[in-house]
Design a binder for this molecule. Structure first.
Ligand code: KIV
Length: 256
């Protein structure tokens, strides 16, 4: 199946069953997720925190995303691979096209960028260059320093109205789907009802979007030092690793 068909298949899931999207940053995780039947695998710039140990995503660069995008693209046969565009790699439409071309060359099927109305020209330019784009509205992690923290969006009627404008603008610009992050549940529901493209929620309540996305480390308990309050881990991989290491260490023997 080519990328256009894969995207059409994902869009056709709307209203049929929830779209399942997870992050992956390396070959074995991506291969496992693909074999499990996840619809979309996101090489998120969240790798800045859960893989690279930075405090937020603002330290992530284009070479980082290329490096990890290649690992994931090499592993995936069926799912759509989406690679995040890091901060300041899409400040203008021209720069966005140049960066998106570099990221698409990893073998990924699409790129994702953060922003609403103000990023519509950037999305349109990337689409015109033939590269599929996923939008990302609501809480924008790349704005964490500007906004002084992570703040839930869509609480006031004014913010909700702005988000409605955002989803319409990025859909009109050619985004094929959009992440809606940390947005009040009732607002996320309204965005989904208004949206011409599938919405994929994170931290926006269950059943408010056409699908959901989770950072894989949060889902499987692989980054035990921090788990977002909205995630219910389904495993505790870090405990399994610690147990395996302790057991192995306890059985080491010296030469007799
Ligand atoms: O970087 C990331 O993992 C993301 C998801 C949280 C949507 O953008």
């Amino acid at each position: 199946m080519n990328t256009t068909e894969t995207i059409a298949r994902i869009q056709a899931l709307r209203g049929v069953r929830p779209i399942a999207m997870l992050t992956a940053y390396d070959y074995p995780t991506a291969r496992l997720l693909d074999e499990t039947g996840v619809d979309i695998i996101l090489v998120g710039d969240s790798l800045g925190m859960v893989v690279m140990g930075y405090p937020d995503t603002t330290h992530v660069t284009l070479p980082h995303m290329i490096h990890h995008g290649e690992m994931v693209a090499r592993a995936v046969k069926t799912a759509l691979v989406v690679v995040d565009m890091p901060i300041h790699t899409y400040d203008t439409p021209d720069q966005a096209v140049k960066s998106a071309r570099t990221l698409a060359a990893t073998g990924a099927g699409a790129v994702k960028l953060e922003g609403g109305v103000e990023k519509a020209p950037h999305i349109a330019a990337i689409r015109a260059a033939g590269i599929p784009v996923m939008g990302h509205i609501g809480l924008l992690p790349q704005k964490v320093l500007e906004e002084g923290g992570y703040k839930m969006k869509g609480r006031s009627e004014e913010e909700a109205a702005a988000l409605m404008e955002d989803i319409s603008a990025i859909a009109a610009a050619g985004a094929f789907a959009a992440v809606v992050e940390c947005t009040k549940g009732s607002t996320a529901r309204r965005i989904t009802a208004r949206s011409p493209i599938p919405t994929i929620g994170i931290g926006a309540g269950h059943g408010t979007s056409d699908g959901e996305v989770v950072v894989i480390h949060d889902l499987v308990g692989a980054f035990p030092w921090f788990t977002p309050s909205f995630v219910k881990p389904q495993a505790q991989v870090s405990e399994e690793i610690a147990h395996a290491v302790r057991t192995w260490k306890a059985h080491l023997t010296l030469p007799s």
